[in-house]
Write a protein that binds this ligand. Structure first.
Ligand code: FMN
Length: 136
């Protein structure tokens, strides 16, 4: 199996409806291919992890790269893996709103935020996502 992580910038005026749409398509596509992962959004940027069969991950990633709802798509990790870091999520979503210090977290599927901080996750991945989510 393979894991790929990238970051990108959301286009201006990307709204909740657009995100909802991305998630719906992602969940059904990823489900079919047994791709799991996590999409974090801090109001301006995305960080997404995709894991599954290498070909499937690369195929989805090439579609994502060409999606005009974001730009500056930059891969930061591409590595073979033995185990999934997000085995239960065809694509979970985590958003932090950056208004005035209080961060509102919206986690799809009612997962507790603590699930993200699953201690069995690789530490580098955990560190990267938690840093990203807190970025202002
Ligand atoms: C930030 C972001 C994350 C996305 N994540 C996924 C994903 O995990 N799986 C997926 O199938 N599509 C994802 N998409 C949507 C794809 O770019 C693409 O629109 C979708 O796969 C449909 O592709 P098609 O029009 O070639 O069928 C994402 C798009 C964006 C902007």
């Amino acid at each position: 199996m393979y894991r790929l992580v990238y970051v990108s910038r959301a286009t201006e005026h990307l709204g909740d409806a657009d995100i909802e749409n991305i998630l719906n398509v992602s969940q059904s596509n990823n489900d079919e291919r047994y791709i799991t992962g996590f999409l974090a959004h801090n109001g301006r940027a995305f960080m997404q992890a995709l894991e599954g069969q290498r070909d499937e991950v690369l195929d989805i990633y090439s579609r994502i790269e060409n999606d005009d709802r974001h730009f500056g798509v930059t891969q930061i990790i591409g590595e073979p893996i033995e185990t999934r870091a997000f085995p239960d999520w065809s694509m979970n979503y985590h958003r932090v709103d950056d208004d005035e210090g209080s961060s509102t977290m919206v986690v799809r599927k009612d997962d507790s935020v603590d699930t993200l901080l699953n201690p069995s996750m690789p530490r580098d991945l955990l560190y990267m996502f938690s840093k990203f989510i807190r970025m202002r």
